[in-house]
Design a protein around this ligand. Structure first.
Ligand SMILES: Nc1ncnc2c1ncn2[C@@H]1O[C@H](COP(=O)(O)OP(=O)(O)O)[C@@H](O)[C@H]1O
Ligand SMILES: [Mg+2]
Length: 326
């Protein structure tokens, strides 16, 4: 299943993404961790040192390779140049699977050894000023979106994306690409206002949005979140000494994580699992087409000089039974 952590900067997206990834690793299930945040910190949170994190290949720099591979022999996509971040797969496209080896993972994914086992990590790469703002052709998160739209993930396979709640993800449709979205919020007015904005965008698309309270210190914090977000509050994390020790460069063994925080992680997994059961593959495909047509019209057609609506394969539904072209 596809999961995302979003929220205000500093709320704890990277911390909770990394804890969730570590938790899943102890269960022995396949995990793909993706850093799609403007501030690239997931590698470090998974224990990589500065040099290791800096050596991670940037997906944003490998877009031509990613596009060429995914396009496969799809006759509706005539070149990698006309493939934009929202171009949907169709007959002939190559699809990705969480556990396989493929040229995209060879180029972009690296294994990270954790207490429980290894996970794969992919990163968009550092953002520059030119990347930010409007629906940008070279948008780095576009590489992530393309991969998500070509990824067939099964039950018990987890994709965990550390992401911002920025305008780019709303323009492109990235925010609709997940089985469940965990909105990390501290018990503050700012934390909750990001939730409201997200909820507003999510409303029309049936996005499964759950609030994960973080740095929650007592009853008053809990009451505040309950009053502000109601039933959308899934679970809360307290201050973690384990995280603190990790930040001091003395990573403890993961099995020494606080019990309450471990229970909270387990709840995240349960919520993700049940969201996966409710996945609607046709709606998922319909939404990628919707955002593609929107992007084609607003900038894509003009930028590529092609009619990008013609890339849509009307009979295609992204699902596990689809067989990829070889
Ligand atoms: N539950 C927690 N316990 C202790 N420290 C935390 C916790 N959650 C986040 N932090 C700390 O707060 C800071 C911001 O968290 P981070 O995950 O980097 O936020 P974001 O990715 O949303 O910007 C980091 O120093 C992190 O270690
Ligand atoms: Mg972060």
């Amino acid at each position: 299943m596809k999961t995302a952590f979003v929220g205000k900067g500093g709320s704890g997206k990277t911390t909770l993404s990394s804890l969730f990834v570590r938790h899943l690793a102890t269960l022995g299930v396949p995990v793909m961790a993706i850093d799609a945040d403007i501030n690239q910190h997931l590698g470090a949170a998974l224990g990589l040192d500065e040099a290791e994190a800096a050596a991670l290949p940037a997906m944003g720099d490998r877009l031509p390779l990613i596009k060429d591979y995914l396009r496969g022999t799809n006759p509706r996509i005539t070149s990698a140049e006309t493939m934009i971040k929202t171009t949907p797969p169709g007959e002939g496209s190559r699809l990705l699977r969480v556990s396989e080896d493929n040229p995209v993972y060879d180029a972009c994914a690296r294994p990270v050894e954790l207490d429980g086992g290894a996970v794969r990590l992919m990163v968009t790469g550092p953002f520059t000023d030119a990347d930010l703002g409007v629906a940008c052709y070279h948008s780095k998160t576009g590489a992530v979106e393309l991969c998500l739209n070509h990824l067939v993930d099964g039950r018990d396979e987890y994709v965990v994306v550390d992401m911002t709640a920025g305008s780019d993800s709303f323009a492109s449709g990235m925010f609709t690409r997940f089985d469940i979205t965990f909105l990390v919020a501290e018990p503050t007015r700012k934390g909750v206002s990001v939730y409201r904005q997200y909820k507003e965008y999510a409303r029309d698309y049936g996005v499964e949005l759950k609030v994960v309270g973080n740095k929650v210190q007592g009853q008053d914090d809990l009451d505040f979140l309950r009053a502000e977000v109601g039933d959308d509050l899934l679970v809360t994390f307290g201050h973690s000494d384990w995280v603190r020790a990790m930040e001091k460069g003395r990573p403890p063994r993961f099995d020494s994580l606080e019990d309450t925080n471990r229970r909270a992680l387990n709840l995240l997994r349960t919520a993700a699992d049940s969201a996966y059961e409710r996945r609607d593959r046709e709606r998922y495909t319909r939404q990628m087409v919707h955002f593609h047509l929107k992007n084609a019209q607003s900038w894509g057609n003009e930028r590529t000089g092609a009619d990008l609506a013609a890339q849509v394969d009307p009979g295609f539904v992204l699902g596990e039974s689809v067989t990829a072209a070889v």
